[in-house]
Write a protein that binds this ligand. Structure first.
Ligand code: F6R
Ligand code: MG
Ligand code: MG
Length: 382
């Protein structure tokens, strides 16, 4: 049976005005390139969207993960968008394309990628998470609740297919080492690692039923490590498959009702509360944030994407899908209000911790220079 691959590749290659929103012509440039990709059969289908100043390319195909042609296609789309951003001096034009030449895989070159390959079940409801002004480990708390916590996912208790639990692939984002732990037996060991959101992040979650396979994947490409110096936030994405032996859509969304503190807001150096919102509402509007998270839903069908559009519209509509925008509705107002109260409280600390990150985690810091300048005046205390 032919397997389906979903590749969600994202980058920030410039925005209007400041680090806010990619120009519509940049999204259009990506769509044109990906349409070519469908016509020449590199990919089967695609959807282009954005969150804050980041662009996301959702692509479906049958070429597996880390495929050179797929990564090259995404790279070409970002390059085309960068051309426009550079021409009109948009802010941060080309910022996530760390190299001038494509080397076969976008990993380590700036863009972030979450990819999964699986055999399609009878029906494949899929959720795509996209965040701005934060880091990959921001998904660790909600994913732990979804796949490990029976007080969130009642299915872990009352659906026989889920009682076996899940395998968690955990990545040490600094050393680039990884480990797979089996839950529920090793839940405490898993939590002992991933609760350290600076160093560890969930990379993948596997269903123990091999017929189902991969359940979730997160982009864990740390820009600061791959670039050698910090050039922007990761602004991570994640893909989660749902239902029929996996957590239900409702169990997948519920943890986002808790506005957890995440790192990476304003100059990559502050803590703010996760703010679930629609794609349309995802432009940073308060202190370069707050850190936003969006969730959109599609069905995957024979390697193609099905949303609320008319799937029989024909060739002219390739790539034009209408997702379900989960965080759009009024249900999420209460979380948004709570999130803003927390973020405003955190801002009350100004440049003091814990409003800001610890100094060795900050994207911006002048501390080494200040210490150097003051070194002679720093005397032992009597
Ligand atoms: C960028 C971001 C922003 C910037 C800040 C300073 O994605 O989140 O908070 O870090 O606006 O940007 P520069 O140094 O470019 O003026
Ligand atoms: Mg930017
Ligand atoms: Mg961003």
């Amino acid at each position: 049976m032919v397997k389906t691959t979903i590749s969600l590749i994202k980058a920030d290659v410039g925005s209007v005005a400041g680090h806010s929103i990619p120009h519509p012509r940049m999204l259009e440039a990506c769509r044109r390139i990906l349409k070519e990709g469908v016509k020449n059969k590199t990919i089967k289908d695609f959807y282009v969207t954005r969150v804050g100043d980041d662009m996301q390319l959702i692509m479906t195909h049958d070429k597996g993960e880390n495929n050179k042609d797929i990564h090259k296609l995404a790279w070409s789309a970002f390059l085309k968008a960068t051309e426009f951003a550079k021409k009109y001096h948009l802010y941060g034009a080309g910022q996530d394309l760390l190299s001038d030449a494509f080397s076969g895989n976008v990993k380590g070159m700036g863009p972030g990628a979450a990819e999964m390959e699986f055999e399609e079940r009878k029906s494949e409801p899929t959720v795509f998470f996209m965040a701005d002004k934060t880091e990959p480990s921001a998904y660790s708390l909600p994913l732990s609740k979804i796949f490990m916590d029976p007080f969130t996912t009642t299915g872990l208790v009352i659906d026989a297919r889920m009682q076996l639990g899940f395998n968690f692939e955990i990545q040490d984002v600094i050393s680039h080492k990884g480990i797979t732990l089996s839950t529920p037996e090793e839940s405490y060991e898993a939590l002992s690692l991933i609760s350290d959101t600076y160093r560890y992040a969930i990379k993948r979650i596997w269903c123990k039923d091999e017929k189902i396979g991969v359940a979730a994947v997160v982009s864990t490409d740390k820009l600061n490590v791959s670039a050698g110096h910090y050039v922007g936030k990761d602004d991570p994405v994640a893909i989660v498959r749902a239902q029929s032996g996996l957590p239900a859509i409702g169990e997948i969304l519920q943890p986002f009702a808790f506005p957890q503190l995440v790192a990476g807001w304003m100059r990559g150096s502050h803590y703010g509360a996760f703010y679930p919102c629609s794609v349309a509402d995802s432009s940073p509007t308060y202190f370069d944030g707050p850190p936003r998270v969006c969730a959109i839903g599609f069905q995957i069908c024979d390697g193609t994407i099905v949303g609320l559009e008319d799937p029989e519209k024909g060739e002219s509509a390739i790539g034009e899908h209408i997702p379900l925008d989960y965080f759009e509705g009024s249900v999420w107002d209460v979380t948004r209000r709570q999130s803003m109260n927390i973020s405003r409280y955190m801002r009350g600390h100004g440049p003091f911790m814990p409003g800001t990150l610890a100094s060795d985690e900050m994207e911006y810091t002048t501390k080494p220079e200040v210490l150097k300048k003051l070194a002679d005046r720093m005397k032992p205390l009597i």
